[in-house]
Design a protein around this ligand. Structure first.
Ligand code: BGC
Length: 366
């Protein structure tokens, strides 16, 4: 009798071990089912350092979170390539699309397809315009980027205490990128009063955003425009004094730097020149004393935030946002998460870029 009970106990134990094993197995099957969910990540170009970093950060972090990732770069800023890649992501079963648009207004049709199939869309860094298919937007505080750049010029020219006048030329980015409204707008909010009062002078008279745009954020296009300004206005270390050049980002600043160096400017007499992204080329220029500053946007933070958004969307919870008033894409306000940009110079780059593991000193060596 006792043996029978003993046998029964053993049986119970065995059954509960089997039940636990089955439960664990079921859980892992569910886990695998979730892991199989596919996320499309569409970046604009591979020719700029930042988008390579953004793309690989996103892929790495999404894979760590258990997703399958289809990462594509739109050729070299080629809109039809980006559209075709998005079509493939939609037909290939992606459940969420994370998109940094080449032209923010060129994705209306393809994203209507995504919406029709219940695919969620997150605009990454750049807002996608004129489509109600965008659910969320994650970016940096782009207006603050422009304000920081404008403040840098104001403070370094001491516009509030020096008599001036000071000569400045203005450069922003691609006209199809909604961000330039914020970069240029933020900078002009600071600089325009000084331009209006005559303390800052734009000799070329090219002050409107469209006149200052740089198609494709191209280094070559910026270089050509700066060369033309140098020739037509006679800027040079021994010619007309050029005190500052406002540039919205580093790829544009690099073209301006090339033109200024060719005109004979060097570290000791270089105009104040702004940038954004802390690209390696620009950081080297900052350390050697030509470009004055850049804006550090830690793309690891942005990628991390977007991965959290993807995860929330796929788990049916609400993604975290911190701005529900600023970004209207023409169909209404898109709930946004804004990361914080900070300015970077040769005085604080160590703490921002090296100590945080963003770069090694060796990467920034001349
Ligand atoms: C980004 C900048 C970048 C620029 C050119 C903008 O939309 O916000 O960080 O420098 O595009 O790629």
């Amino acid at each position: 009798m006792q043996n029978m009970f003993k046998g029964c106990g053993k049986m119970k134990k065995l059954l509960s071990v089997v039940a636990v094993a089955l439960f664990v197995f079921a859980l892992s099957v569910c886990g695998l089912a979730q892991a199989a969910e596919k996320v499309g990540v569409s970046m604009p170009t591979q020719s700029l350092q930042r988008w390579n970093q953004d793309g690989s950060n996103m892929k790495l972090q999404l894979e760590k979170a258990g997703y399958v990732v289809d990462l594509q770069f739109g050729g070299d800023n080629d809109v039809p390539t980006q559209v075709a890649q998005l079509e493939n992501m939609i037909s290939g079963g992606c459940k969420v699309l994370v998109i940094s648009a080449i032209d923010g207004s060129a994705l209306t049709t393809v994203l209507a397809d995504a919406k029709a199939q219940g695919i969620a869309v997150i605009a990454y860094d750049r807002l996608i315009m004129n489509t109600d298919a965008v659910s969320y937007y994650a970016t940096f505080d782009n207006f603050k980027v422009g304000s920081l750049q404008g403040q840098f010029i104001r403070d370094h020219l001491k516009l509030d205490s020096e008599a001036g006048p000071f000569n400045i030329e203005l450069f922003t980015g691609d006209p199809g990128d909604n961000n330039i409204n914020f970069f240029f707008g933020g900078a002009m909010e600071i600089l325009k009063p000084y331009i209006d009062s005559g303390k800052l002078v734009v000799l070329s008279d090219q002050k409107a955003k469209d006149q200052c745009a740089t198609p494709g954020w191209s280094t070559e296009a910026a270089q050509t425009r700066m060369e033309n300004l140098i020739t037509s206005r006679g800027y040079g270390p021994n010619g007309t004094k050029l005190h500052a050049v406002y540039s919205s980002n580093d790829s544009v600043a690099n073209g301006i730097t090339n033109a200024l160096k060719d005109a004979g400017y060097a570290a000791q007499n270089f105009p104040i020149l702004t940038g954004q992204d802390c690209d390696v080329t620009s950081m080297k220029n900052i350390l050697s004393g030509t470009q004055s500053m850049s804006i550090f946007k830690d793309t690891r933070t942005l990628a991390n935030q977007v991965v959290k958004m993807v995860d929330a969307l796929l788990k049916g919870t609400k993604p975290e946002v911190n701005d529900t008033t600023t970004y209207d894409n023409g169909t209404g306000i898109i709930p946004s998460y804004l990361c914080d940009p900070v300015f970077c110079t040769k005085d604080n780059y160590k703490e921002l870029l090296i100590d945080s593991g963003y770069y090694t000193e060796a990467q920034l060596a001349q």
